[in-house]
Every structure is written in structure tokens, then in C-alpha cells.
Design a protein around this ligand. Structure first.
Ligand code: GLN
Length: 246
């Protein structure tokens, strides 16, 4: 009997120890991003990474009872980071493409987007068809980079940052920049000598990248996104960063 009691006591002690550590420290949920993509992820005046994707991932982490950790990196390192398991989520205004689906999975989409063409106000480029034979700036590894390869006789200049492509356009080194619509609005808003061509270059959907080895997380994230959509919280986050009249 005595022996049983001591075994029981040891068990109870072990269990409370597990409960203690489990309760005081939530497991990390690592989000890989590239904080150069306003309004989805960027640094505020205090150098904190903020934006739509950050708030969506924070809401997902809250839903999962995990602690969100943000890793800022080059855009074209995000998929590798998710693929190798260094990050749990890749969230960076990332467009679902067939090519990317070969190496990682995507959550259900949480936003629609377009690739737009930015040109100087006096440019003769008025539609995607006018890009033939032009010098076009894109951000390395983005869908702007991938899809601009199909433009006939165009010369593609690849930059590490979208900002650098826009600077080259202002300096007259290139004829146009192809980039996502929301960051494009931010760039044009800051540079009145530039405008966005009315007709978009592509239509796309943003989703969160997750390792193919982690179907449980994919299911949890999809459920959390569905909940955010249904509760109106997703719209609330988006409206906080994007003016309703846009
Ligand atoms: N939506 C584009 C892509 O997925 C660009 C994303 C970005 O630059 N953060 O390639």
C-alpha cells in the first residue's frame, strides 16, 4: 500500500510539473516575413514590425494559444525557411502560385491582390500591352518578376527591394515597375511624379505558406482564418491599414 501511495505521489508531482511548464510558456509560432511591404508588413516609427499580415498571424497565434515570433528576412528566403521548418508560417503578401505549391502548402486565401504597373505621369505606357520592348523593374523572386518574363522583348531589371525599383524609375533608369497594388499605392502616394496604370497586370490571391510536413498546422490555420473572416475581424484588420475608399 505504502508503495502505491509513493508511486501515486510521484505521478501527481510529475503531472503538476508538466502543467506548470505548459502553463507558463506557450509554444512559439514563428512567422517568416519581409517587413518591406506596406501595408501588409513594415516597420513603424518605433521600428516595430506591424501590418495586416502581422495582425492576422497574431490573431491566429492567439487562436492556437501560441506565442507569435516574427523573423524578418529577404522575400526570397521565406519559402526556404518554411520548407526547412525554421519558420512555421510564411506571411508576406505572398501570392499562391503553382510553382510555390511544389515545395510548400498554402492556407486558404485571406486577400485578393493585383500586380500593377507604376510609370511616370508623362509615360506613354497606358496598358499591359504597352510593356512590349520596355525596361521593367521588379522585386527579385516576386510574382512581378515571374510573370514579367512573358512580356515580349522586355528587359527585366531585378531589385532586392521594391523601393529600389521605384527609385530607379524616378531616376529614369527604367520605364515601369511591376509590383503589388497596395504597396504601389503607398509608393505613388509618396512620389507624386508617379502614377498607377488603370489596367492591372495580373489578379492574384494572398495566402500563408506552411510546410507540407505540417498538415495539422495547415488545418488549424485554415480554421482560424475562416473564423476571422466570419467574425468580421479580418475586415477590421484590413480596414485599419487600407482606407475604405481604395
Ligand atoms: N505578392 C508578391 C509575391 O508573392 C509579392 C510579395 C512581396 O513582395 N512581399 O510574389
Amino acid at each position: 500500500m505504502k508503495k502505491y501511495i509513493s508511486v501515486l505521489l510521484t505521478l501527481v508531482m510529475a503531472m503538476s510539473l508538466v502543467a506548470c511548464t505548459g502553463g507558463s510558456k506557450k509554444a512559439d509560432l514563428v512567422m517568416a516575413t519581409n517587413a518591406e511591404f506596406q501595408p501588409y508588413e513594415f516597420r513603424d516609427a518605433d521600428n516595430n514590425i506591424v501590418g495586416i499580415d502581422v495582425e492576422i498571424c497574431q490573431a491566429i497565434a492567439d487562436e492556437l494559444g501560441r506565442n507569435l515570433v516574427i523573423e524578418d528576412m529577404a522575400f526570397d528566403s521565406i519559402i526556404t525557411s518554411v520548407y526547412t521548418g525554421k519558420a512555421d508560417l510564411g506571411a508576406a503578401g505572398m501570392t499562391i502560385t503553382e510553382d510555390r505549391l511544389q515545395s510548400i502548402d498554402f492556407s486558404i486565401p485571406y486577400a485578393t491582390a493585383t500586380q500593377v504597373i507604376i510609370v511616370p505621369n508623362d509615360s506613354e505606357i497606358a496598358s499591359p500591352d504597352d510593356l512590349v520592348g520596355k525596361k521593367i523593374g521588379v522585386q527579385l523572386g516576386t510574382t512581378g518578376d515571374i510573370y514579367s518574363e512573358d512580356i515580349e522583348d522586355a528587359e527585366i531589371e531585378r531589385y532586392n527591394k521594391g523601393y529600389e525599383a521605384v527609385q530607379a524609375l524616378i531616376q529614369g533608369k527604367i520605364d515601369a515597375v511591376i509590383i503589388d497594388n497596395e504597396p504601389a499605392k503607398v509608393y505613388v502616394g509618396k512620389n507624386p511624379e508617379l502614377k498607377i496604370v488603370d489596367e492591372a497586370f495580373t489578379n492574384e490571391e494572398y495566402a500563408i505558406a506552411i510546410s507540407k510536413n505540417n498538415p495539422e498546422l495547415l488545418a488549424e490555420v485554415n480554421a482560424a482564418i475562416t473564423k476571422l473572416k466570419e467574425s468580421g475581424k479580418l475586415d477590421e484588420i484590413v480596414n485599419k491599414y487600407i482606407a475604405a475608399d481604395n
